[in-house]
Design a protein. Structure first.
Length: 317
């Protein structure tokens, strides 16, 4: 028996070493936290679509370190991603995560919820975001499994927030006070932003996308633009968008401009009775062609807005 174990030891050691190398390689391929201010970090995702090359990490996350613990703004794309986040936070701070926040429902921001729940971390979101997670995320998870593969998404499940809010609130967690800002249905029902007063850093979540065309399928564009004006009026030192680089708050006006041009272009195409299939070509916004995902996401935005106009027309008859 002893001789059998002795013969197996090199094989077992090799397997363990290989597993460690694979885990290290995976961790090396995902973005690490970047310090923005004392005790404030962001993790910047890729601006493309979820794919094996980026591990599906296509959204920006926030880390706020208080005297007694850490607040995590959004939870990442998968259980694997969330485990890496927790390991990075532990290595950086030596403090526990005491609260996680889902700023909105998009997959790159909520599929680490299961890992956080297993670690005993409360997860907070707006009640409408909770409802969207419940309605949509099973399908979103299936799509991510298809796009990224079962190994990438292993252990990932749909987990709803453990706490919800209905309106803006100021809260303290881990000894750090933050403002949760809700302006009604804007980029999507339940979208909130997180403002850290001490540093002046604003995490915009789904309400803010810079240098990348936003997803406007669920948007109330009028309320969204009003929310962007309110966010700009905060006088934040810098804004971390849900997608794109950390920026000066003045750049929120660029996003508002895109939304205004989108709405105007679609209304003009609809008035000309352009077909849905031709709508994207008939409603370009050339000033934003250089933003990431223009060809793909702008087309989707045009079609979503067009269908809303079509539905409103039918309902008015």
């Amino acid at each position: 028996m002893t001789s059998v174990i002795a013969r197996l030891l090199p094989t077992l050691a090799g397997l363990l070493a290989t597993t460690g190398l694979v885990a290290h390689a995976w961790a090396a391929g995902v973005p690490k936290p970047v310090q923005l201010a004392p005790d404030v970090y962001a993790v910047f995702g890729a601006t493309g679509e979820a794919a094996p090359v980026n591990h599906g990490v296509t959204g920006n996350l926030g880390i706020l370190v208080g005297p007694d613990g850490v607040i995590l703004v959004d939870t990442g794309t998968s259980a694997r991603h969330a485990r890496q986040l927790l390991a990075d936070i532990r290595d950086m701070t030596g403090k526990p995560v005491v609260l996680a926040i889902n700023t909105h429902q998009a997959p790159a921001f909520v599929f680490g919820n299961g890992t956080l729940r297993s670690a005993g971390v409360p997860i907070l979101a707006h009640q409408d975001t909770d409802a969207l997670i419940n309605q949509r995320c099973s399908r979103c998870l299936a799509l991510l499994n298809s796009a990224l593969g079962a190994q990438e998404m292993e252990g990932t499940e749909v987990v709803r927030p453990t706490q919800t809010l209905a309106e803006s609130a100021s809260i303290t967690a881990g000894g750090r006070t933050i403002d949760l800002l809700y302006y009604g249905p804007s980029s999507a029902p339940g979208s909130i932003a997180v403002y850290d007063r001490k540093s002046g850093v604003l995490f915009g979540g789904g309400m803010v996308s810079i240098d990348r065309i936003p997803d406007a399928k669920d948007a109330d564009i009028g309320q969204w633009r009003a929310a962007l004006s309110s966010l700009q009026a905060l006088g934040a030192a810098q804004v971390v968008p849900g997608e794109g680089p950390a920026s000066h708050p003045s750049r929120l006006a660029e996003l508002s401009d895109y939304l205004a041009r989108l709405e105007s272009a679609v209304e003009a195409a609809f008035a000309r009775r352009v077909s849905l299939g031709d709508a994207a070509a008939a409603a370009p916004v050339p000033a934003f062609r250089h933003w990431a995902q223009y060809d793909n996401m702008h087309r989707k935005n045009v079609e979503a807005r067009y269908l809303r106009l079509e539905k409103a027309g039918l309902e008015a008859r």
